[in-house]
Structures are given as C-alpha cells and as structure tokens.
Design a binder for this molecule. Structure first.
Ligand SMILES: Nc1ncnc2c1ncn2[C@@H]1O[C@H](COP(=O)(O)OP(=O)(O)OP(=O)(O)O)[C@@H](O)[C@H]1O
Ligand SMILES: [Mg+2]
Length: 302
C-alpha cells in the first residue's frame, strides 16, 4: 500500500480494488490479491511485463470479467452489485482505447466515431456536432471521410481515441496507446491524454514503455504476476503538466486547447439527463472480442 499524504486523502476516489483475485478457467491467476485505489483526478500508468495482468485488470474494470475473489468499486459502485441488464449502462461511463484499435473497416473515420453515439440513441444533430468536435480535437477533421485502411497507425490510434472520448467518459482507459507509434506521435497522444485528464476525466494507461511512463511524471502502478510490485512504486513526484515532447506537439498546440474548450463546454451540460435509450445490442457488439467490431465505452453521467 502506498502511504497517501494528507492532501491525497482528501481527493475523491474513482476506483478501488480490494484484494482482487482473478483466476481464469485454466487455473491462471492473472490478478492475484491486488489492492489499489485510483483517484478521480488521476492520470495513472499501469506497468508490467507481458502477462502481468494489465489487460485482465482492464477487463475487470469493464466488467467483462468478474473477480474470483475480492471487490471492485467504481465511482462508489460495487461492480458485483450491477445486474446483468445494467452492465452496458455502467460501461458507458468508461471510454476504452484498445491496443489493436478495433476500428470498423467498412465505416469511415466519421462513421467509426459516430457509431459510439448512435448506439446510445443520440440525435443526429448531437452526433454530428460531437463527432466533428472530437475529430477536430484529434487533428483528424481532414480525414473524416477516409476509411481506416487509408490511415497511418498513428491516425488510427487517434480515431480510436476520438471514439473513446466522444461520449465524455468519466474514465478513459488506454491499453498500450503508444505501442505502435513513433516518439513524436506518442508524445502527442500523451499530451492529449493529459489535457483530457485536466478536463476532469480519470485516465489510466497500460503500457510496457517504462521510459515514456517515467517521463510523464505521473503515478505508476507496477504489476508483476497479477499483483502490485511496490518496490517499484513511483508516485510521479511532480506537479501535473510536465509532458515530454510538449514543445514539438503539433496536433494539440495548433488547435486542441480551443477545441477542448468547445468540446467540453457543451459536453458537460448535455450529458446530464442521459437518455437510457439506444441499442443494447449495439453495445454488446461494441464489447465483443471480435476484432471486426470496435469495443467502446462512453459517458453516462447519471
Ligand atoms: N481468457 C483467458 N483465459 C485464460 N488465461 C488468460 C486469459 N486472458 C489472459 N490470460 C492469462 O492471464 C495472464 C495475464 O494476461 P493479461 O492479458 O492480463 O496480461 P497483460 O499484462 O495484458 O499482458 P500483455 O502486456 O502481453 O498485453 C497471462 O498469463 C495470460 O496468459
Ligand atoms: Mg495486455
């Protein structure tokens, strides 16, 4: 357990893992007696070798898997208490960027991002507005009509990110978001995640990239064989906003602050009074493991 400082104690908690163990059907304990707390205002890295349990932890958070032992609370809600019929609704408050993007090949960039809202039954007007804002934020306005196959890896990554944030999630989870990117693109993505975090979204990034994570000066939770390796605990050790490569970030420096203002202003208002409508089936599709469909979360400020 980390020793929270007094200032930290007052922070609002977003996620609690309390002695969580996940044993898969084959007997593998992917998560092993893991306890951790993530604060609402945090941008935290989950680091660990391949097989350490990072993706399993994300699946537990999404309630795609249930713990074998222990409990998980998200935004004060015990995930074991969420009924089957309410799982999709729960997931809407979480945006996820998968390592392999999971973009829909037969939909344009615009269509991919819009789909995350269509399945929630949003109006066409709101969809057009939000998708444009979200693409603009990611520097993708010019690519709205392209198909994923015509995009670079970094562009596809940004489409996945645009899709993850279009519903203004409370929590944004990115599994290896910079794994396939060059250092400049990686720095840009990190800068964007930082800005999203500063606008009030809890950001969790799973990565192998130790140097990149360290350079961000954010807290790092190290996982080793499904449990915390606190010998390597790193508390970030600095104030926020210290972003590597910030001086050469062009997608955000050119427009992102203005776009973010625009984006979040309207967003925070409009997501109150969320409709419970939308297609549950569409949501199921988003969360299936099939790579031909995206997996996605969104906002649900109930
Ligand atoms: N569905 C599953 N059934 C059985 N075992 C699984 C399943 N998913 C993962 N595992 C096992 O659980 C352990 C943790 O896997 P996980 O995918 O969570 O690791 P990871 O930290 O995300 O790894 P990587 O960095 O390679 O993505 C591994 O030993 C893996 O083989
Ligand atoms: Mg993984």
């Amino acid at each position: 357990m980390e020793q929270p400082q007094r200032a930290v104690d007052r922070r609002q908690t977003m996620i609690i893992f309390d002695h969580v163990t996940k044993v898969y059907g084959n007997g593998v304990a992917a998560i092993n007696d893991l306890s951790m707390r993530i604060y609402k205002d945090e941008f935290v890295f989950l680091m660990g070798a391949s097989g350490a349990g990072k993706s399993t932890l994300i699946k537990l958070l999404m309630k795609e898997e249930d713990p074998t032992k222990g409990s998980i609370k998200v935004n004060s809600r015990d995930l074991s208490m969420i009924k089957h019929g309410s799982v999709q609704r729960y997931r809407r408050q979480i945006g996820v960027v998968f390592q392999d993007y999971r973009l829909l090949e037969h939909k344009t960039v615009f269509g991919n991002v819009a789909f995350a809202m269509e399945i929630m039954g949003k109006s066409r007007k709101e969809i057009n507005h939000k998708v444009e804002a979200s693409l603009s934020l990611m520097g993708l306005s010019m690519k709205a009509g392209e198909y994923p196959r015509n995009l670079s890896g970094g562009e596809q990554q940004r489409v996945a990110l645009a899709r993850a944030i279009v519903n203004t999630p409370r929590i944004l989870i990115a599994d290896e978001p910079t794994g396939n990117l060059d250092p400049d693109n990686a720095a840009q993505i990190m800068q964007l995640l930082t800005q999203i975090n500063e606008r009030g979204t809890t950001v969790i990034v799973a990565t192998h990239a130790q140097d990149m994570a360290r350079s961000m000066k954010r807290r790092i939770i190290y996982l080793d064989h499904g449990t915390r390796d606190d010998k390597k605990f790193y508390d970030g050790n600095t104030s926020s906003g210290n972003v590597p490569g910030a001086d050469r970030v062009n997608i955000s420096s050119s427009f992102a602050n203005a776009a973010l203002d625009n984006y979040y202003d309207e967003d925070n208002e409009s997501s109150d009074g969320e409709k419970a409508g939308g297609s549950e089936e569409g949501y199921d599709n988003l969360f299936t493991r099939d790579d031909s469909v995206p997996a996605e979360g969104g906002a649900d400020n109930e």
